[in-house]
Ligand binder design. Sequence first.
Ligand code: ATP
Ligand code: MG
Length: 442
Amino acid sequence: MRLSRYFLPILRETPKEAEIVSHRLMLRAGMIRQEAAGLYAFLPLGLRVLNKVNAIIREEQNRSGAIELLMPTIQSADLWRESGRYEAYGKEMLRIKDRHERDMLYGPTNEEMITEIFRGYVRSYKDLPLNLYHIQWKFRDEVRPRFGVMRSREFLMKDAYSFDLDQAGARHSYNKMFVAYLRTFARMGLKAIPMRADTGPIGGDLSHEFIILASTGESEVFSHADYLDFGIPGADTDFDDIPGLQATVDKWTSLYAATSEMHDEAAFDAVPADKKMSARGIEVGHIFYFGTKYSKPMGAKVMGPDGQEHEVHMGSYGIGPSRLLAAIIEASHDENGIIWPEAVAPFDVALLNLKAGDAATDEACGRLYRELTAGGRDVLYDDRDERPGAKFATADLIGIPWQLVVGPKGLAEGQVELKNRATGARETLPLDSVAARLTKGA
Ligand code: ATP
Ligand code: MG
């Protein structure tokens, strides 16, 4: 992409309304634009990151055996009357009427709808386990939408729903999502800690919020520090290995970690002083087993091996991709701007032509652009007629992992400079070796 032809509305001034660094940087880097309170348009740069985040989520959901579908954003109120949640949900739900005066709503979540789909088709335990997910916009009329896409009213959610014959099966489904979440957040460069969350009337211990630590987080959390160094399950994880997954989950729940709602002062006191972390955190995911809460009132049953009908045991598993953009920035930035982890970066390489219009630098940049693009790299080519300082500042602000700097001086000696945004390390490379250096492993 040539920057001169792109749509990247960078703001020079720091927007006053933005209270936290991720919100400021997303506005300044031209990633999002507020359209109304808690409603954001994703501009091209923001959309690129959102798509990368979704791709990682999708890969890990699929790897664990979950199956993607897509449900509508608008739902019928009657469905929610079946579960009893239409009245109970309260003001966070946006209620609407269609032209026939039928009660509709903009979905804040999809338990009812997925249960309706399930009961329409599945009759036998032989079709279980089943885990269906989608990545779809939700609307919740939050009391205090704030911090940009961190807490917005319309936001993207990956929500998965598992169906099992019994509780033992549901636990394995839960463990699959638990492990998939560990992998998902790690691939985005985040250290997410699963923390015990409230199970309400359902009881049990099968509810975890995945929290990343950040001083601007809205949750108060307490955790053993060793979680930060735990190893992440590999891409070769066998998701059908019931004891294997259970062992991973047991390890990741063996030490203390809880949000303030679940905090147990006495248990936290038992953590060695040098391992105690009490911090602020951002909830990026939440997994929850809720048994027959929806299958019972909505009549979602299957025939079991015993010839009897059983209400299915369900769980739901959410991730907030739009919130993740902000969370990743909270975890990875410096005074000059965003530092994208390579896996979610909007572009891999920022190619900076320090003297656009100069025949030699134009030619060298054109060649590098073609070589890198052919090698599978996403390149943002800064071909604008701007001072070098402005180009460096833009590249730093939008956080592209590699900056490739082409100036007349170096070029005269056949050389260009490569800067790593995260470490600041610079190296001088012969022009001929750049493509090989930046496309290896791509
Ligand atoms: P919170 O406690 O932050 O309001 P929640 O418990 O209501 O979150 P869930 O219903 O579990 O959230 O939704 C699943 C995921 O969706 C959350 O983990 C979060 O990543 C994301 N999410 C929830 N509400 C919002 C919001 N208002 N804006 C952006 N993302 C959200
Ligand atoms: Mg909420």
